[in-house]
Design a protein around this ligand. Structure first.
Ligand code: ADP
Length: 231
């Protein structure tokens, strides 16, 4: 079953730049997909349209049965609650410790304290950071900070996890660790993971579904694919 379906999607920004041209694709529930391509190929725009940070100019984008292209602004929060988002720059709150950074995502939706505690510890265990719950972000390495950000993104048990260049600030060893954590979440929780990246080494090591964009156009979509030099 498809979790995501795009039909004739294009995106033209106000300044006249077209970032996405006539994109048609679908992503199955429970899959792990890399969105790849060079800088400016439209990866970020694609991810942003999935969580309705940007609206497409034309076409429909079905996410979990809802056309997010048509979603009213006041309903966007409902979509956002159903998905987790991880960014390149972690975006942790510096004055909160690891536990509090993750718990914060549950407090804003009004979860009870004991449920929050249980789910926060479970999420931190999944990312391998249960031993650092009292640390503050500036007491963590980049890789650890990103793992906190991932725990925060999954604490509400979303069906979909969107990651925009999550390894962009990390060295190759830390990068592969992060992707292994994402793979584990995909396997054990059944979460659909979509990760935008331009890291060829990671893509070729993992052999997952690939969606390759070039200058805003889909040039390849393949199960267990690679990122070839030709693109
Ligand atoms: P990628 O993530 O692959 O680097 P982007 O989706 O960020 O690509 O960008 C695709 C194209 O859209 C680029 O030409 C970029 O300059 C342009 N673009 C991205 N965001 C905006 C924006 N907010 N306004 C205008 N143009 C944008």
């Amino acid at each position: 079953m498809d979790l995501i379906r795009l039909k004739n999607v294009s995106k033209r920004y106000k300044n006249g730049v077209t970032a996405i041209y006539d994109l048609n694709l679908s992503i199955k529930k429970g899959s792990f997909a890399f969105v790849i391509g060079g800088s400016g190929s439209g990866k970020s725009t694609f991810i942003k349209m999935l969580y309705r940070e940007e609206k497409p100019t034309t076409g429909s984008i079905i996410v979990g049965g809802v056309n997010v292209a048509k979603l009213r602004n006041k309903k966007v929060y409902k979509l956002r609650r159903k998905l987790g988002i991880v960014f390149q720059d972690y975006r942790l709150l510096p004055k909160l410790n690891v536990y509090e950074n993750v718990a914060f995502a549950m407090e804003v939706i009004g979860a009870k304290k004991d449920e929050t505690r249980r789910k926060v510890l479970k999420a931190l265990e999944l990312v391998g950071l249960k031993n650092k719950i009292h640390n503050y972000p500036d007491q963590l390495s980049g890789g650890e900070q990103q793992r906190v950000a991932i725990a925060r993104a999954i604490v509400n048990e979303p069906k979909l996890l969107l990651c925009d260049e999550p390894t962009g600030n990390l060295d190759p060893d830390r990068s592969i660790e992060i992707v292994k954590v994402l793979e584990e979440i995909n396997k054990t929780c059944g979460t659909t993971v979509i990760m935008a990246t331009h890291d060829k080494e990671i893509v070729n090591k993992m052999k997952k579904q690939v969606i390759v964009l070039k200058d805003g156009r889909l040039v390849k979509q393949q199960e267990r694919g690679t990122y070839d030099e030709a693109f």
